[in-house]
Design a protein around this ligand. Structure first.
Ligand code: FEO
Length: 175
């Protein structure tokens, strides 16, 4: 089979393919970071938060695979990424919640950049595919912000951490 001929028959431009593969790596890093956060929470007895972050880790992997499948369907070559530099020590649950929100905001910015590029190079097919991620990011940021609000409203003192932990996982069970 002449693979190079098949690869020529794709409308996916190299610059778009590169950005999509970079996004695959970002989603994989996000998935591993959330798993690391889950591990930390379980080790502290915060099982509700551990379950929340483990579920979040699975969702990031799904985001990664959705990009992987899109590239494949469009005739491009998806790259399985190296995942390195995963943070493992955290100052506390609030530190984790803030980092989770920062991570989601960085991902939103990244999707905005890719969408912007797709419009510049007139790749409207990929731009349309990315709408799903832009909608998803709105939800993910909202949920991450809500976790911090729950933490601050209840307060960690006098058994508050136990209640916070119970409330955080409820955000995922509502879905
Ligand atoms: Fe895949 Fe939470 O963004």
């Amino acid at each position: 089979m002449n693979t190079s001929v098949i690869r020529l028959k794709t409308s996916l431009q190299d610059s778009v393919l590169e950005l999509l593969n970079e996004q695959i790596a970002m989603e994989a890093h996000s998935s591993s970071t959330y798993l690391s956060m889950a591990g930390w929470c379980y080790a502290q007895g915060l099982n509700g938060s551990g379950d929340y972050f483990k579920k979040q880790s699975g969702e990031e992997r799904e985001h990664m695979l959705k990009l992987f499948d899109f590239i494949t369907d469009a005739g491009g070559l998806p790259v399985s990424p190296d995942v390195t530099k995963i943070e493992r020590s955290f100052e506390g649950l609030r530190d984790i919640l803030v980092k989770a929100l920062e991570q989601e905001i960085a991902i939103t910015h990244s999707f905005n950049r890719i969408s912007d590029h797709c419009h510049k190079v007139k790749d409207y097919q990929t731009a349309r595919f990315l709408h799903w991620y832009l909608d998803e990011q709105l939800e993910e940021e909202q949920q991450a912000r809500r976790c911090i609000e729950i933490y601050d409203l209840i307060g960690a003192e006098e058994g508050g951490l136990y209640r916070i932990d119970k409330e955080i996982i409820k955000l995922k069970t509502k879905e």
